[in-house]
Every structure is written in C-alpha cells, then in structure tokens.
Write a protein that binds this ligand. Structure first.
Ligand code: ZN
Length: 150
C-alpha cells in the first residue's frame, strides 16, 4: 500500500466499541466516543463538544428532537407503569385524587430528571450514525504523550 512503510499504523485515540457500549455510555451521561464525564455545563445544558475528545454533540439547530422523543417515551412509560400498578392495586375503588397528584408528579418530574440522560443517549445515537459514515475518521494519536490522556 502506498504511504505504508514509515512506521506502524497510527491507532485511534479512542478505539471504537460496540453499539450497546456506546448507548450505555450515553445512558450514563458520558461522552459516547471517549467515555469522559463532565460533559454538561449544568443540568439542562450539554457542552457543545466533549472536553476530552472534542466530539461535537449538537450537530445542527433542532438536533435534539430525538432527545425530546426519548424523554417523552420514558415519561409516558413511567406514567403507564404508575397507572397500571395503581389500578391493579386499588380496583375497583381507585383513589382518583391521590392518583391525579401522583400522575402530575410523574409527568412533571420524570422529564426534568431524565432530561440530561435523554440528551446523552441521543448524542450516542448521533455518534453511531456519524461513525458509520464512510468518510468518518476517528482521531488518531499524533504524539505518544497523547496516549497518556486515555
Ligand atoms: Zn469524548
């Protein structure tokens, strides 16, 4: 091959891992490529890029519609579990007032609590799509000292 012969091939700084591990990193609110923590400025604000591997999280304006969809699905799932448990446990005398309060707590609290996780799961999905692009090249080590950062 042309270009070969001047030393060993350069290894990617962050070796590619399987789809499940990338999604698990997202679910743990870590960078999907390098597993770095601390990728949030605040509870509601994801950094533009990873401070460690420089992966850009928000590719374009409105790119988080997927995160909103994930958050919505988790919220509805939690509410359905609440309703099923409450109805099975209390039927036929369903306590409407307390169930309404519990429902309000779930549909307001779950989206807030799950918001950062939904963003990093969506960032993981975007990363999986990005790296499947034929033109994608993972960052490679340019300096041997860079490996110490791993
Ligand atoms: Zn990273």
């Amino acid at each position: 091959m042309e270009g070969a012969g001047t030393g060993k091939p350069r290894e990617p700084l962050w070796p590619e891992v399987g789809t499940i591990r990338v999604l698990a990193r997202g679910a743990l609110k870590r960078c999907p490529r390098c597993r770095a923590r601390g990728i949030f400025c605040s509870w509601f604000r994801l950094r533009e890029g990873c401070p460690r591997c420089d992966l850009r999280f928000q590719k374009e304006e409105g790119g988080y519609l997927g995160a909103i969809t994930i958050n919505y699905a988790v919220t509805i799932g939690a509410w359905l579990v609440l309703m099923a448990v409450a109805l099975v446990a209390t039927a036929p005398h369903v306590p409407v007032g307390p169930l309404l309060m519990a429902s309000t707590f779930v549909v307001v609290g779950v989206p807030i609590a799950f918001y950062p996780t939904s963003k990093t799961i969506w960032a993981a999905v975007e990363y999986l799509v990005l790296r499947s692009d034929p033109d994608y090249r993972a960052p490679v080590a340019r300096d041997p000292r860079a490996k110490e950062l791993e």
